[in-house]
Design a binder for this molecule. Structure first.
Ligand SMILES: Cc1cc2nc3c(=O)[nH]c(=O)nc-3n(C[C@H](O)[C@H](O)[C@H](O)COP(=O)(O)OP(=O)(O)OC[C@H]3O[C@@H](n4cnc5c(N)ncnc54)[C@H](O)[C@@H]3O)c2cc1C
Length: 487
């Protein structure tokens, strides 16, 4: 059944955004319910920004936790983009928070039982707030400048996790000790519970998942060249280890985090799309392009190397009952999950019309050329190769997968009825998504994209919709804060 006919596409994002806003506003509702004497509005605005910002900060842990159900419905890239954009909003709230107070700090007036004429900020909570505030600035700077920092991605990821825990713990101390409303048991309980849930999601990723992985080890069985600087690595469950291994119940097109060698708790794991089909189980294959220190060494991994998988994740999957035409557009190694989809379609004997557009820079980078040729004999499949730097005598398409190419290879009457799968560099994927949605009028439910980098697309339509969603949610939270401040 087509995705769109199951339930409206906006329902899940709308429910998630609503739940997010509700949780960000809950501490203020609990604060308002205490019926304390009103303070000047700027002071409650400062407190409201602090409370909402801290609640949002704790929810960032959940957004970067690995939730299979969420990633299967929304796509991990969108969840991580939400994590990134919301970080800007919460940082703005928390950076403003200390500057808006107007009340004097010091000893309470004799008749002021609920601190409405003065601010209580003893030394230690003041210090913890300051440290959380400085660490937050540093964390944000390191996240924005990540690509330019002289450190490995793994080191950055470790520092990001540790920094987030430090901020959460100092922030919790500050909130519980200095917060006027947090002196109430219910609100204090909320903060402690929220912090525990946040830290539990980190423990889940870095402790529970590795422990679970230990029970289902894999072993590398082969590494073979697939194209220029691109390798296919094959794994099988390690039966010799005494553990039977369990099927990775993945759907074609999904991805998994791959970790090679021990120790299990190191942060050297990387996400890769599974390029083999579920039908090939117990074999699992990944096609990996050299891009940095981990992928650059993939060719040297000897057979027999222990491997661990965490997955499956992602929403780049087919709807089995759907008979509509399929258009797959890949840029470079973005062909890996598309190959898994094609292999599964072939295994299932699919008879839906399939168009594959594979874009590369050079002819040496073309992936799975022979297998695609062979598939064209059994599937209703048309393959188009497009090269940015074609060799002399190249008879295929020239350039990159873009609107002009789609117009050339797809007859106008077939464009809006097909289901599109896009995977490649973010710029290509974003531009094609924009073309399909805005220029061709393809419904959003028929465009499924996977991005290999969690960056913000910015100008393009689907990223724009995400930004609108975030801004709308932030506006709702701001209105709640203004209400709390009585402004
Ligand atoms: C959902 C998804 C599926 C992917 N599928 C494939 C695939 O099938 N084939 C393929 O060749 N590549 C794939 N990638 C990209 C691959 O994960 C990176 O190229 C790889 O992690 C780079 O690691 P490195 O140490 O070699 O390079 P580095 O120089 O360490 O990293 C280069 C960039 O890769 C990203 N990256 C690195 N490590 C991680 C990590 N642990 N988690 C998230 N991002 C990371 C970062 O953006 C980083 O800036 C996929 C990425 C994602 C998010």
């Amino acid at each position: 059944m087509p995705r769109s006919s199951v339930r409206p596409l906006w329902l899940l994002p709308a429910a998630l955004l609503g739940g997010y806003a509700a949780l960000a506003l809950l501490p203020m509702a609990l604060g308002a319910a205490q019926g304390l004497t009103p303070r000047p509005w700027r002071d409650d605005l400062a407190t409201g920004l602090g409370m909402s910002g801290f609640a949002m900060l704790l929810m960032e842990f959940l957004l970067s936790g690995r939730f299979k159900g969420l990633s299967a419905r929304m796509g991990m890239d969108r969840v991580m983009q939400f994590h990134q954009i919301m970080a800007y909003v919460l940082v703005a709230f928390l950076l403003l928070h200390p500057f808006l107070y107007t009340l004097p700090m010091g000893a309470p007036a004799p008749l002021d039982r609920d601190a409405h004429t003065w601010l209580s900020l003893p030394l230690l909570p003041g210090l913890s707030g300051l440290l959380a505030w400085i660490a937050l600035g540093l964390l944000v700077f390191m996240a924005i400048a990540r690509d330019g920092l002289p450190m490995r991605y793994e080191t950055w990821r470790l520092s990001h996790g540790i920094g987030a825990v430090v901020i959460a713990l100092f922030g919790l101390h500050h909130t519980l000790e200095a917060g006027r409303y947090s002196q109430d048991g219910l609100l204090a309980g909320f903060w402690i519970l929220a912090a525990l849930v946040a830290i539990a999601s980190l423990v889940h990723v870095h402790l529970i998942i590795p422990l679970r992985q230990r029970r289902h080890p894999y072993r590398v069985t082969a590494v073979r060249p697939e194209a220029e600087r691109t390798w296919t690595i094959e794994l099988e469950p390690d039966r010799k280890s005494g553990h039977p291994g369990t099927p990775l119940p993945f759907r074609a097109g999904q991805f998994a985090w791959l970790k090679l060698e021990r120790p299990l708790f190191r942060m050297t794991e990387h996400p890769f799309s599974i390029s083999s089909a579920p039908a090939d189980w117990p074999r699992v294959a990944f096609t990996i392009k050299e891009a940095g220190d981990f992928t650059g060494r993939i060719a040297e991994v000897p057979p027999g190397t222990p491997a661990y998988l965490d997955g499956p994740y992602g929403h780049f999957t087919l709807e089995p009952e759907d008979g509509r035409a399929l258009v797959f557009v890949a840029g470079g190694v973005g062909m890996a999950p598309i190959m898994a989809l094609l292999r599964q379609l072939q295994h299932d004997g699919a008879d839906r019309p399939i168009t594959v557009i594979q874009g590369n820079r050079t002819a040496g980078q073309i992936l799975y050329a022979d297998e695609l040729d062979a598939m064209a004999g059994t599937l209703p499949l048309t393959v188009h190769h497009v090269l940015a730097e074609p060799p002399d005598g190249w008879t295929g398409h020239r350039g990159v997968p873009d609107r002009a190419l789609l117009e050339t290879v797809l007859p106008a009457e077939r464009r809006t009825g097909a289901v599109y799968y896009l995977c490649g560099p973010p710029a290509m994927t974003d531009a094609l998504e924009e073309t399909l949605l805005s220029d061709f009028g393809v419904p959003a439910s028929q465009v499924i994209a996977e991005r290999f980098r969690y960056t913000l697309g910015g100008r393009r339509s689907s990223a724009r919709r995400l930004v609108y969603g975030v801004l709308g949610t932030a506006a709702v939270i701001l209105v709640g804060i203004m209400w709390f401040a009585g402004a």
